[in-house]
Design a binder for this molecule. Structure first.
Ligand SMILES: Nc1nc2c(ncn2[C@@H]2O[C@H](COP(=O)(O)OP(=O)(O)O)[C@@H](O)[C@H]2O)c(=O)[nH]1
Ligand SMILES: [Mg+2]
Length: 258
């Protein structure tokens, strides 16, 4: 494992406590539920969900929004804390007129200046399951993500379909999603030479109103961090080093008795 890699800069391990952090970026058309999903994830830290029914008129995002959330897990004897920094980019394409806040290109410039973390651990490409156009537009958002270097060797991708509660109006079907995934993987490899394995691309469907799928989204975020940081390998190599060190100490003790 390289010790100057982003993984090592974003991970701190003290005895059996592992803490890692990283950027989670939401990208996609306006009105697809990016802000509400991020609020739901962020509220999760306080043990309940954001109630979208109370706030259906949340104004259009005209800024770079950010929040954070923390997840805990255990791997063997290790306690793992994942602290993710959420960034939500506006879905309004291009640049905005003076006095109209920030559109995507303005906010992504700002992101470059304010981000404390260079590496996007998870890119959440958001669409509305009941609006096929917003799914097709992910091609546009993929191009922007590539152009603005939001995808690196570390990045996992989540294709996030919202509005699952729209039942019969859910028109984006599973074969379209699978096809979309293949297209994303191929485009990323062809254009920037980054090979994203099938364990680093996921499709999740949620409803921000009924909360269906939010547990799955949380698990997927957690697993994506595990994969991006290769935590199992990291723990195994730490345990191996500890065993070798112990062996050396034992050997030294035996030698000193002779
Ligand atoms: N029915 C339903 N409405 C949603 C869902 N997610 C978001 N909304 C609504 O869709 C609108 C746009 O959501 P918002 O989070 O602001 O989208 P953004 O522009 O992508 O950030 C709001 O009125 C939300 O209440 C969902 O899963 N189901
Ligand atoms: Mg928004």
């Amino acid at each position: 494992m390289r010790f100057d890699s982003p993984k090592n800069r974003l991970l701190i391990c003290r005895e059996t406590d592992i803490t890692c952090t990283g950027g989670v970026v939401f990208i996609g058309d306006g009105h697809t539920g990016k802000t509400h999903t991020a609020l739901n994830l962020a509220q999760y830290k306080k043990g309940h969900f954001y109630d979208t029914t109370d706030c259906t008129n949340l104004s259009k995002s005209v800024n770079l929004e950010f929040d954070y959330f923390i997840l805990y897990s255990n791997i063997e004897k290790y306690k793992v804390t994942i602290s993710s920094q959420l960034f939500i980019l506006p879905g309004q394409k291009g640049r905005s007129e003076i006095g109209e806040g920030l559109a995507f290109e303005d906010a992504v410039d700002m992101y470059r200046n304010v981000r404390s973390i260079n590496d996007v651990v998870i890119l959440i490409m958001t669409y509305n399951l009941a609006d096929v156009k917003s799914f097709q537009n992910l091609e546009y958002w993929l191009n922007r993500a590539i152009e603005h270097e939001l995808i690196s060797d570390l990045t996992s991708i989540i294709l996030l379909g919202t509005h699952l509660d729209h039942g019969l109006f859910v028109t984006t079907n599973d074969s379209m999603i699978e096809e979309g995934k293949r297209y994303l993987l191929k485009s990323i490899e062809d254009r920037i030479g980054i090979k994203i394995g099938s364990d680093r691309i996921h499709s999740v469907k949620i409803s921000n109103t009924t909360r269906e799928g939010l547990d799955n989204l949380q698990d997927t975020v957690l697993n994506s961090f595990f994969h991006s940081f290769e935590l199992i390998d990291y723990i195994n190599s730490r345990d191996q080093v500890a065993k070798i060190e112990q062996k050396i100490i034992n050997q030294e003790n035996e030698d000193s008795f002779i």
